[in-house]
Unconditional design. Structure first.
Length: 79
């Protein structure tokens, strides 16, 4: 029912601009990118590609800092 409203009331099948759901969706999108990056790191570790794992951890730290996330110590690549 998030997409029902207006005058006269009707269903907005092409979305509604300016709703609070937009910020939630943007935050969700950021989370999908973050989880994809973490999955890529796990896969690189599984294949034993140490240089790639280290490069991905560096990228992860930059991604977190650019999105206002505090980073803990960068984990060591244990392959």
């Amino acid at each position: 029912m998030d997409m029902y409203g207006g005058d006269p009331p009707h269903f907005h099948i092409e979305g509604m601009r300016g709703t609070p759901r937009i910020a939630e969706t943007l935050q969700d999108a950021e989370n999908y990118v973050y989880r994809g990056l973490m999955s890529t790191i796990v896969a690189a570790k599984a294949f034993g590609d140490r240089p790639l794992v280290e490069a991905l951890y560096e990228f992860l730290a930059k991604y977190e800092s650019s999105n206002g996330r505090a980073t803990s110590a960068t984990p060591k690549a244990s392959t």
